[in-house]
Write a protein that binds this ligand. Structure first.
Ligand code: HEM
Length: 178
C-alpha cells in the first residue's frame, strides 16, 4: 500500500489525539518498518490494519469507526494532494464516484504503477441513485465507506448510504440515495 495512505493516517492521529498517541500506537503495533514511511514508498497493507487495531485499543473507538473517519478525512485531502484529478472529473458526488474505477484510479495507477487498488462496479438504478460494489481482497470496505462519505461532503450533496455485505468483507454493495 502506498506510503501516502500511512503518512496521512499518522497525521490525522497526531491532529486528533496528539503526538504521543502516534508514538504509542507505532510501538504497540510492532511494525516491520518501525512506522517510518515516506509518501512515495510502498508498504505491507497489514501495517495500517495493525495501526488501526492499536488505535482502537487506545481510543475505545472500533476499527470500523476509525477506518470510516479516516476515509472521510482522506477524501478531504485529495483535492490538495491531487488537484489535477478534480479538474477533469465530474462535478457532483455520484458522477465522481462513478468515475473512480474508470478515471480516478486509472490515473492513480499511472502515478504509482505498483498501487494495490480495489475494483468498483457501478450502475445508476435512477438518475439520483448510485449502486457501487466494492471488491478487494484487502477488505477495506469501511475505508471505502468513509471515502464515499467524504466525497458526498466534498460536493455538498446529501445522500443516504445503504450497505450490504456480499462476500464477508471482500465484496460490499453501497447504495446511495436521497
Ligand atoms: C481523487 C480521489 C482518489 C484518489 C487520489 C485515490 C487514490 C488512492 C490511492 C493512492 C490508493 C492506495 C493504493 C495502494 O495502496 O497501493 C487508493 C486505495 C483505495 N481507494 Fe482510492 N482514491 C481516490 C478516490 C477513492 C474513492 C472515492 C473511493 C471509494 C469509493 C476509493 C477507494 C479506495 C479504497 C477502498 C482503497 C484501498 C485499497 C483496497 O481497498 O484494496 N478511492 N486510492
Amino acid at each position: 500500500m502506498k506510503g501516502i495512505i500511512f503518512t496521512e493516517f499518522l497525521e490525522l492521529v497526531e491532529q486528533k489525539f496528539g503526538f504521543d498517541m502516534v508514538d504509542d500506537i507505532i510501538e504497540m503495533a510492532d511494525l516491520p518498518t518501525g512506522g517510518e514511511y515516506t509518501a512515495v514508498g510502498s508498504y505491507d497493507h497489514q501495517e495500517i490494519v495493525s495501526l488501526v487495531m492499536a488505535l482502537s485499543e487506545k481510543s475505545g473507538l472500533t476499527p470500523s469507526q476509525l477506518q470510516k473517519v479516516y476515509g472521510n478525512h482522506l477524501f478531504s485531502r485529495f483535492p490538495v494532494l491531487y488537484p489535477e484529478l478534480f479538474e477533469k472529473s465530474a462535478d457532483d458526488a455520484l458522477g465522481f464516484l462513478e468515475g473512480v474505477e474508470t478515471y480516478v484510479h486509472v490515473e492513480v495507477r499511472k502515478l504509482y504503477p505498483e498501487a494495490e487498488l480495489p475494483t468498483f462496479d457501478t450502475h445508476r438504478p435512477k438518475p439520483d441513485e448510485l449502486v457501487m460494489i466494492y471488491s478487494s481482497k484487502r477488505h477495506f470496505s469501511d475505508l471505502a465507506e468513509g471515502l464515499i462519505e467524504g466525497c458526498i461532503n466534498h460536493f455538498g450533496d446529501e445522500f443516504r448510504i445503504e450497505r450490504d455485505e456480499l462476500e464477508d468483507g471482500a465484496k460490499t454493495r453501497f447504495h446511495l440515495k436521497k
